[in-house]
Ligand binder design. Structure first.
Ligand code: RIB
Ligand code: CA
Length: 311
């Protein structure tokens, strides 16, 4: 079966790195490019992490730099969830042979979308600034992207405050533009990603693979466990679950809802307004993940990481 062409737009990021390795090891998809965006850490780190990671894995992929700031600057929100570099305390060699793409992220998205003739899918696992800029520069892209798979938002609650999830909160204007673009979209929010937690048994299993991807995944998990012991976030596979929505739909359950993004408000900017009761009268514009089959997801993720760097 023909591999599905994907671009991964990410703010790598500890969980982003695991999602990228899973995507590179997933036999169903062909990662055409990795585009970097400001988010968990500054773009200079997210892009460096993407380039270092792909070279370390020995998997040549076009890596592009991307948006440094969201549309509406929010000051300094670079907490310590992902550490100073974005990969926690995990260190991988600095790339020596690969270069960044000559094009920035929006151009890469446009060029590859044109080349794939409507088959391109986007895995968007950071703030959506690059996607919104691409759509602003090239509105015709809305008809050339087959599906956008988003890690972001929540039906209820948030992780930045009581109403907003980080990826949407960083750039609500960009997110609103993407949700309103009319592109088929699946939203994988905190309601399910906060259940997608790996544990010590998983870490041992990944380490036993002995591959660069397996050991790196184990090292990242170990960092996440230590982070959690200090009161930080647990080993939540937010971003890998968005990939699972695309290639392991049996790992999740989905419902069609109308979703829009609130861009104003001290406590509400970045809120994904998910119309679960149909009171808006608006047609659903997204499939929203509502339930997770954790064991299936864990097994699927392990098989992807096992395949990363093996071919
Ligand atoms: O809220 C979780 C999301 O924010 C994940 O994508 C994580 O990597 C951070 O970007
Ligand atoms: Ca991310």
């Amino acid at each position: 079966m023909e591999k599905r062409p994907f671009i991964i737009d990410c703010d790598t990021g500890t969980d982003d790195a695991i999602a990228v390795m899973a995507a590179l090891g997933c036999e169903d998809i062909d990662v055409k490019a990795i585009t970097s965006v400001n988010g968990n850490v500054r773009e200079e780190w997210t892009s460096a992490n993407n380039r270092n990671l792909t070279e370390y894995l020995g998997i040549p992929v076009e890596v592009a730099r991307g948006a440094v700031l969201p549309f509406y600057p929010r000051g300094d929100y670079y907490g310590d969830t992902h550490g100073r570099t974005g990969l926690g305390d995990v260190v991988i060699p600095t790339a020596e042979h690969s270069e960044f793409s000559k094009d920035r992220a929006p151009e890469v998205i446009r060029r590859i979308a044109d080349g794939e003739g409507g088959a391109l899918e986007l895995l968007v696992i950071g703030p959506m600034t690059n996607i919104a800029i691409a759509l602003s520069l090239y509105p015709e892209l809305a008809g050339e992207i087959r599906h956008i798979w988003v890690m972001g938002g929540a039906v209820r609650g948030g992780n930045v405050n009581t109403t907003a999830e980080f990826n949407i909160w960083v750039d609500p204007y960009a997110a609103a533009m993407v949700f309103r673009a009319g592109i088929p979209l699946t939203m994988v929010g905190l309601d399910v990603t906060e259940q997608a937690i790996l544990n010590g048994e998983d870490e041992k299993r990944y380490r036993a693979l002995g591959t660069r991807a397996g050991v790196l995944t184990a090292d990242i998990l170990q960092y996440m466990f230590q982070r959690n012991q200090k009161g930080g976030e647990d080993a939540m596979m937010h971003d890998a679950l968005a990939l699972a929505a695309a290639v392991c739909p049996q790992c999740l359950e989905f419902k069609p809802y109308f979703v829009d993004v609130e861009c104003q408000g001290v406590y509400t900017a970045g809120h994904t307004a998910v119309d679960v009761r149909g009171v808006s009268g608006r047609k659903p514009n997204a499939m929203v993940a509502t339930d997770l089959k954790l064991d299936r997801f864990k097994e699927w993720l392990f098989r992807c990481i096992e395949g990363c760097g093996r071919s």
